[in-house]
Design a protein around this ligand. Sequence first.
Ligand code: OTP
Length: 244
Amino acid sequence: MGQIACNVANDYFDFKQGADKEDRVGFARPLATGALSVRQVKKVLYITVVLTAIVGIIALCLNFSWWILGLGIAIMIAIFAYSTGPFPLAYHGLGDVAVFLFYGLAATMGSYYYLCGSLSWDAIILATCMGLASVNILIVNNYRDVEEDRRANKRTIAVIYGKELLPLLYRTNTVLIPILCLAFYRPIWNFLIMMIFFLYEIRLSSQLRETKGKDLDNLLKRTSQGVLLLAIVLIAIILIHLRY
Ligand SMILES: CC(C)=CCC/C(C)=C/CC/C(C)=C/CC/C(C)=C/CC/C(C)=C/CC/C(C)=C/CC/C(C)=C/CC/C(C)=C/COP(=O)(O)OP(=O)(O)O
């Protein structure tokens, strides 16, 4: 729910701040295309934020912890802080950090802590891998949107340092993931399972530089599917590793 609320907030505030216009290259946005009015999206935003809080409070009632309450508050703040407020993270080159923290560390370590009541190095490593793969999605997104973002004064990493840096960042994240998982390559064929993800993602990283315009939407979709593939690969690796 938190993620849905964050996406709706992003649609709403990006449109209001002029970052999403009719001529945007990426996937259609309800406000930019006129499919929904500002009032309607504002209503959806209220509903999703309230639902996030309700679901979160229920989860906290079932299993209370001060750390998880802190995480819940951070999630409620991040829903807005990504796109708006006095220092919108996505507008100050911190979108990638936010994605790494929330889709990687918060989601994976938070779930682990919620269920187990403690943290482990394994959870930290897995969370880092999920975060790096999630950042790759934003890298493709920002590579595609660099011109629009520059015009809207949205200072993403691509706008600040130049979009040429992004294929290198994508590749670095992809290489780091199998390295971080070194401790899980027992039995050795766990390494081969990891190679399924690595070869898939490294191929995408080399396509980033040559892909243009609308085709980047397809690369974005395949990078998102890469996160799902990584989750499946990591589950398989952990289950096999635990048996040995
Ligand atoms: C009032 C109160 C305290 C309520 C409690 C709230 C609450 C939620 C409690 C939950 C606590 C519990 C039980 C937690 C345990 C379970 C766990 C760990 C859940 C974690 C879930 C989690 C981490 C959710 C994260 C949700 C959030 C806020 C994600 C934000 C991440 C983020 C920065 C996303 C950006 C995504 C976007 C929009 C990218 C693209 O934007 P943009 O660059 O503009 O591109 P374009 O618009 O062109 O596409």
